[in-house]
Design a protein around this ligand. Structure first.
Ligand SMILES: O=C(O)C1=C[C@@H](OP(=O)(O)O)[C@@H](O)[C@H](O)C1
Ligand SMILES: C=C(OP(=O)(O)O)C(=O)O
Length: 427
């Protein structure tokens, strides 16, 4: 439980948000399936990425921490060994789904399980196509729910149109396809984050994309290569909002990842009339930059379509932003929110209502009318890190204190969140 109370704070100074969660997971996975030692800097030591490390250690990969670096002694796809214990993916959907793609091609038996939130999240989007490729997978609800047992095998040539825009599903099928003798072709309904594709090229592999069609050649060797993980724009979004909605604020966020498949939040901030500037600091395959943001007179906007996969994890904090914006904000085409750590449509709407927001759930999103002066109250993270951080940022603009139950879940993606929040806020 956390009790947060601020009296008209401003948000000032400079902050370096932790490493990108999606890239951190993939750095461990690609380090493990490569030949040689991969050194990762900027790695996010959040619970989700630590779960990924733990699973690969159980498959015989040596992973060590040295100062601020993670060293992975790669085994290649063929060097992973049958785990003697259950692979525990904790709260991490990314670990669970991407790992299923790797295990699908491994000639051994393994069992994956996670926490009570993971046990409710649909895995059939991954297990059904992986079975079609040739893997044996079973679990509760016909292989839809964890615990899942996998016996990987020889994978066939596969051509698949994703029924849902999901980078986790795309990445699972790519990781399976990399272990097949033949070509795998994947068609995406909408472009989702492309960190897996970038990682393949970074580790010396080959993958092509033409329009929405991705082609993967199987049996490619990967060579170890150092990875530098940029700051996570999904974590930055909480502080961007904190500065935009409070008076007399000016905050610089350093070295934030600016991969264009992730920067939907910046498009929304622009649309909402937010006062911010981006300065590029690196044009690597995963570009980075500094973002300077100030207090803003926000206006409402409409969010939907191809923008949704580019900001899917930012919708809880965008909803808070919209409560402080003039007019009616409509978020649509976001049904995927229902199958995250919680049902994020219900969680956002019900928790923000407790603080006095004018917000209504719809089938595929929510409608928010603003601006509204929020009040203090008793709210619940529901075990979802992004709901917990959204409520903490809300407390900056409430008239009274906000009590947040279950705030410890924030360590999934941002272990030092409260430290950083108190560093940049005046009370
Ligand atoms: O591939 C990834 O690293 C992720 C993809 C997204 O999930 P979906 O693929 O389910 O949309 C996102 O919500 C998650 O936080 C991380
Ligand atoms: C949905 C998220 O992560 P995952 O799917 O990996 O649990 C998230 O971090 O918001």
């Amino acid at each position: 439980m956390s009790l947060l109370q601020f009296d008209n704070p401003s948000v000032q100074g400079e902050i370096k948000v932790p490493g990108d969660k999606s890239i951190s997971h993939r750095s461990i996975m690609f380090g493990a399936i490569s030949e040689g030692v991969t050194r990762v800097t900027g790695f996010l030591k959040g619970d989700d990425c630590l779960s990924t490390i733990d699973c690969f250690r159980k498959m015989g990969v040596t992973i060590t921490e040295k100062d601020d670096e993670i060293l992975i002694e790669g085994k290649g796809f063929k060097g992973l060994k049958e785990p003697e214990e259950i692979l525990d993916t904790g709260n991490s959907g990314t670990t669970t789904r991407l790992l299923l793609g790797i295990l699908a091609g491994q000639p051994f038996h393994s069992v994956i399980t996670g926490d009570e939130s993971i046990a409710k999240r649909p895995m059939n989007r991954v297990t059904v196509p992986l079975r079609e490729m040739g893997a044996f997978i079973d679990g509760r609800d016909n292989g839809n729910l964890t615990p899942l047992a996998v016996r990987g095998g020889e994978l066939k040539s596969f051509h698949y149109t994703l029924p849902v825009a999901s980078a986790q599903l795309k990445s699972a099928l790519i990781l399976a396809g990399l272990q097949s003798d033949e070509e795998t072709v994947i068609v995406e309904p909408e472009k989702t984050r492309d960190h897996t594709e970038k990682m393949i090229r970074h580790f010396g592999g080959h993958i092509t994309r033409e329009g929405s069609t991705i082609r993967i050649t199987g049996n490619q060797p990967f060579k170890a290569k150092d990875v530098h993980v940029p700051g996570d724009i999904s974590s930055a979004a909480f502080f961007l909002t904190a500065a935009a909605i409070t008076a007399d604020s000016s905050l610089k966020l350093k070295n934030v990842g600016l991969n264009e498949t992730r920067t939907g939040i910046l498009d929304v901030l622009k649309e909402m009339n937010t006062d911010f500037e981006v300065t590029s600091t690196s044009q690597d395959e995963e570009p980075q930059g500094d973002i300077l943001i100030r207090s803003s007179s926000l206006t409402s906007c409409e969010i939907g379509g191809e923008l949704i996969p580019r900001l899917i994890d930012e919708i809880p904090i965008i909803a808070l932003l919209a409560t402080q914006a003039q007019g009616k904000t409509v978020i649509k085409d976001a049904e995927e929110l229902k199958v995250k750590e919680t049902n994020r449509i219900d969680a956002v709407v019900e928790e923000l209502k407790k603080l006095g927001a004018d917000i209504t759930a719809t089938d595929d999103g929510m409608i928010i009318n603003g601006p509204v002066k929020l009040k203090g109250g008793h709210a619940d993270s529901r075990g979802d890190h992004r709901i917990g951080m959204m409520l903490a940022v809300a407390s900056l603009v409430t008239t009274g204190p906000v009590q947040i139950d279950g705030a410890e879940c924030i360590s999934v993606s941002y272990p030092d969140f409260f430290k950083d929040l108190s560093k940049v806020t005046s009370r």
